[in-house]
Each structure stands twice: as structure tokens, then as C-alpha cells.
Design a protein around this ligand. Structure first.
Ligand code: ZN
Length: 271
């Protein structure tokens, strides 16, 4: 195991002036197989399918990488499911937007329409839970964040190795998991930074890893199936999983909720 090369990141990086206390969530000590899942985006069928698979795969701990809500039609049910797991959760940009009252005018109109709808379909108490989520968590010897470690609240998108380089400058653990682009990707820093296929990744001493676990509820890599990753701490191995779910039900709920129909269509395309 590579020793940390700098100070650990602050465990709390919430908005200034807000209480640091969060619905905490822990992983058990001696944990061996951790399921990392995020960008659920109110897709209950995908979330349930992913969690069932993780259990079948022997996962004994869970970490949520944010964007529990937004886009799809089951924000409250997904939030309650994740909250009941009492696992670590970091805040995503849709969690922030759904829990605030600020204008959404600058956003893409479809996302904004869905967020307005989401605001109306969450209770104040649920919105408070989202608002109080932390931006960054260090768990065991790795870090989790929704977007990137350099300025997590800027919600930067990492789509190439140059974007990943900025993150690595702020990554003081060997491994960091994130989400946000809805595309599973793996960047390795060992002298230089390169992207390697998001398949099975062996965590080797001397290298650093910045790993996007993909999206449970709205994948954008052309594969409609829900995506998450399992980190096997004992074998130092990260494995990606793709899980089929009842997409017709998810699409029907989106249409019945009068959300923009393209949100249902894009699910089938994985875009
Ligand atoms: Zn997202």
C-alpha cells in the first residue's frame, strides 16, 4: 500500500455557514467487499436491481456517490432507500439543486424541468437531508466525491486524462471513486496519467487510481443497464457490474409523472 503523499482531505467540505453534521453513515470495520453506486437519479427499479446484485455478489458495505435524485420519477423512494441503508453518501449537483431554492435558469431546460418537479415531490425534511450531505468523504484508505477533488463544488466533468490530472493534484489517497459523467472510466497515475479500460482493475502499489463507477439510473455510455462497482479490499480489485432492470416500468412512471418524455427515451439508449 502506498503511503498517503500528503495531508488527508478534510472530512467535511460542505457549503460555508452550514452545519457540518450530516446524516453520517459508516462502513463496518473489517469490511471486505464494498459496493460503490451513484447517479441513481430517482430510478427506483435500477437502484433495487443494483442493490440486489450487490448483495448476491457478497458485498457487505455500500457507499453512495451522489445524485440520488433528479431526472426520473422516484426521488422520494430512492432517497428513503439510500437513507435507510445508513451508508456514507456524498452530495451530487442534482442533490444540491433539488434541495435549494435558487434559480435553475442557467441549466439545460430538461434537467431544470425535472429538478423543479423533484423539488415539488420531496418533503422539506428530505430536502434538508440532501442539503446536509458532505461533498467529500474519506473511508478506510480511499476517498469518494461526486465530481472531482479539486473544487468539488464546481462540479467539473472529467472526460479525459487532462481533466483527471487536475484531480490527482488533490488526491492524497491511493484510490478515489467518483461519478457525475455517468460513464464508467478509470484513470491511473504512475508517473504519467492514462486512461485504462473500465473492466477489472487491480490496484497496484505505487500507482494512484481515479475511478468513475458509472451511473445506476441514467447510464450515458450506450449501455442501458445500471452500472456500479465493487471494491474488493482484500484482493485489491475493482470490478464493474452491469445490471438489467425493469426499464419499462421506469419509463412508464416518467411519462405518467408528466416529466419530459425524452427522459424516458434516453434510458433505453443509454444516453
Ligand atoms: Zn448525475
Amino acid at each position: 500500500m502506498e503511503p498517503p503523499s500528503g495531508p488527508p482531505p478534510s472530512p467535511v467540505a460542505g457549503p460555508p455557514g452550514q452545519p457540518a453534521a450530516e446524516p453520517a453513515g459508516e462502513v463496518s470495520s473489517g469490511s471486505k467487499r464494498i459496493a460503490l453506486f451513484g447517479d441513481i437519479h430517482a430510478n427506483l427499479e435500477a437502484l433495487e436491481a443494483v442493490l440486489a446484485d450487490a448483495e448476491e455478489q457478497g458485498c457487505n458495505d455500500y457507499i453512495c456517490l451522489g445524485d440520488v435524485v433528479g431526472y426520473n420519477a422516484d426521488p422520494g423512494a430512492c432517497l428513503e432507500k439510500v437513507r435507510a441503508m445508513n451508508c456514507p453518501v456524498v452530495k451530487g449537483n442534482h442533490d444540491e439543486d433539488a434541495s435549494g431554492n435558487h434559480s435553475l435558469e442557467s441549466m439545460n431546460p430538461v434537467a431544470a424541468t425535472a429538478l423543479e418537479w423533484t423539488r415539488e415531490h420531496l418533503t422539506e425534511e428530505q430536502r434538508t437531508w440532501l442539503r446536509r450531505l458532505r461533498m467529500v468523504r474519506q473511508i478506510e484508505d480511499f476517498t469518494v466525491v461526486h465530481s472531482t477533488l479539486d473544487q468539488p463544488s464546481n462540479w467539473n466533468y472529467v472526460t479525459n486524462r487532462f481533466d483527471a490530472m487536475s484531480n490527482f493534484s488533490y488526491q492524497f489517497t491511493q484510490v478515489c471513486f467518483h461519478g457525475h459523467t455517468h460513464v464508467p472510466r478509470v484513470y491511473v497515475k504512475d508517473g504519467k496519467v492514462q486512461e485504462v479500460p473500465a473492466e477489472s482493475v487491480a490496484i497496484e502499489p505505487g500507482s494512484k487510481y481515479f475511478i468513475n463507477v458509472g451511473s445506476v439510473g441514467q447510464p450515458r455510455d450506450g449501455d442501458w443497464r445500471g452500472c456500479y462497482a465493487i471494491y474488493d479490499l482484500e484482493h485489491k480489485l475493482v470490478v464493474f457490474r452491469r445490471i438489467e432492470y425493469d426499464i419499462e416500468t421506469t419509463q412508464r412512471k416518467i411519462r405518467e409523472a408528466d416529466l419530459p418524455p425524452m427522459l424516458a427515451e434516453r434510458l433505453a439508449d443509454g444516453r
